[in-house]
Ligand binder design. Structure first.
Ligand code: AP5
Length: 216
């Protein structure tokens, strides 16, 4: 199964992806995670990406094209993929269509997480991440048992550099201007499944599982 998950910053893409990849045995491809890894490694791509990401702006399509082509050439993609946070512009979506055509692959569904911008403030400013195992927490909706320590692996939690209210305004603006047209692109292909993301994380995930059962 090949899926895309699209939604505003903080809508729950990463949280849902962590469950989906385990339950459906598909490969998680998060361009955000890949870019953050490149930044941590101080690679040329990372250095360029940081200029944009630290301000909440989208990274140029040319950089994204290169990392996606490289990622799609890896073997684990063959068992099925979940793209999280990609494509984010109509040009990226057109590019992806042409890359997938060359690889004789297709997208089965696009999960669109619908949520009001106002709710995202608490989700973004309250988010804490475990850099060791990737678990995602929230000081309001999913606190750890011991403050700033991962329940799963004992790692010290971090806050993402771009998770400020100031940055959220820019990220939301980027989302509405550049990424919502991507949903219209996939609506024309009848691939979009709309999901109400203003529910508990478990309830959202149950809705997604029902949608995916319907695809089988
Ligand atoms: P990226 O890493 O993709 O971030 P994003 O889209 O801003 O989304 P987030 O990771 O912030 O949120 P999420 O939807 O995954 O929510 P989460 O599950 O963590 O991109 C970062 C940057 O990289 C971009 O700004 C851009 O610069 C660059 N970039 C990446 N891809 C790019 C591309 N293709 N093109 C160009 N640039 C690109 O949840 C958030 C919080 O809410 C957590 O604390 C969680 O515990 C909590 N939560 C989740 N679900 C619920 C729920 N149902 N109820 C209550 N709380 C919940």
């Amino acid at each position: 199964m090949n899926l895309l998950i699209i939604g505003a910053p903080g809508s729950g893409k990463g949280t849902i992806s962590n469950n989906l990849i385990k339950d459906y045995d598909i490969t998680h491809v998060s361009t955000g995670d890949m870019l953050r890894q490149a930044i941590a490694q101080n690679s040329p791509v990372g250095l360029r990406a940081a200029e944009y990401m630290n301000q909440g702006q989208l990274v140029p399509d040319s950089i994204i094209h290169d990392i996606i082509v490289e990622r799609l050439s890896m073997d684990d993609i063959k068992k099925g993929f979940l793209f999280d946070g990609y494509p984010r512009t109509v040009d990226q979506a057109i590019d992806l269509s042409s890359i997938l055509e060359q690889l004789h692959m297709k997208i089965d569904a696009v999960l669109e997480l619908e949520i009001d911008d106002e709710i995202l403030k608490k989700r973004i400013t309250g988010r804490r991440l475990c850099p060791t195992c990737g678990e995602i927490y929230n000081i309001y909706s999913k606190p750890t048992k011991v403050e700033d320590i991962c329940d799963k692996c004992g790692g010290k939690l971090i806050t993402r550099k771009d998770d400020s209210l100031e940055n959220l305004t820019v990220r939301l603006d980027e989302y509405h201007r550049n990424t919502q047209p991507v949903i219209e692109y996939y609506e024309k292909m009848d691939l979009v499944k709309k999901i109400d993301a203003d529910k508990s994380a478990d309830a959202v995930y149950d809705d997604i599982k029902s949608v995916l059962e319907g695809l089988k």
